[in-house]
Design a protein around this ligand. Sequence first.
Ligand SMILES: Cc1ncc(COP(=O)(O)O)c(C=O)c1O
Length: 341
Amino acid sequence: MTILKNLEPFPYVPLAHLPTPIEPLANLSRHLGRAPIYVKRDDCTGLAMGGNKARQLEYYFGQAKQQNADTILITGAVQSNFVRMAAAAAAKCSMHCHIQLEERVGDTASEYRESGNVLLDRLLGAVIHRFPHGEDETGADANLQKIAGQLKRAGARPYVIPLAPGHPPYGTLGYIRAAHEILTQIDMLGYSVDRLVVASGSGTTHAGLLFGLAALESPIRVTGICVRRNRHQQTERIMSRCREIAELIGVNNPVHPEQVQLLDGTLAPGYGQVNEATLEAIDLCARYEGLLLDPVYTGKAMAGCIKIARDHDRHDALLFIHTGGTPGIFGYSKLLTDHLL
Ligand SMILES: Cc1ncc(COP(=O)(O)O)c(C=O)c1O
């Protein structure tokens, strides 16, 4: 597998429990009356309650260790899973962690600000900074650099995990490896999969999987479900991420523009804000499969997956990538409780 050879020069720190299982969602598939839907349980990666970010952090922490850093800085939404898992990884690697929480979702209840991931951030010992804007990726990164500068002047050795594109996409390397893991597993299990369905936020997971599958010459398609921006903006982002990966690992970009598929029908009213289709997806997975989804990422992504199952290729076997995020449920407990009434 030549593409894996290209990843070898990049240092990484093993943080995730791998491989994560692939399981059939037999009850849900039967309920929807269609070809099988499988789930890749990347919510089971370990590292303080699991999620896709564990695979991405393995490479960022590889860089941080190589640079002899002792302090990690990272930015994300108030209920970010990335910052929670970075705080866990920092604890495991005996490093300090500074996290910046951005106000991406207006008008939130107190549990959004204090429970779920925020509670875990504090338990994990991270220093919390607040950033008042939600739609200013470059500004969020710049502020993080400012904090890093202050820490450096005080004698720390900071490593910043950036948010905006335009930086080497180390996190995607974890999902190139995941593409290989998935192909090996479905081959061993004898499953035939036509399409992967995955939440597309920063685009790191989506681009890594797409790039990995294309480089491994797999015919499996990848559909990203938009959880942050509309499909036009996200398409641009995924294409540029794929170009950045090619540059980083020194290969030709194997991803053609028509392979970048995105759906944004379950995004409204916007990032971190719940709609009916998302609540239905959360209910269906909990009640038919005992599978927990969160309102921000996997609930929306599964709503998109169910839409594909109902409206599009009823005969395609789908593999839903469960990217984790379950602590977010507790940040939305009032909304979910009201929905259950
Ligand atoms: C649980 C969960 N799923 C999906 C995503 C989206 O992944 P990516 O940022 O790699 O697009 C995130 C990102 O924050 C996440 O926390």
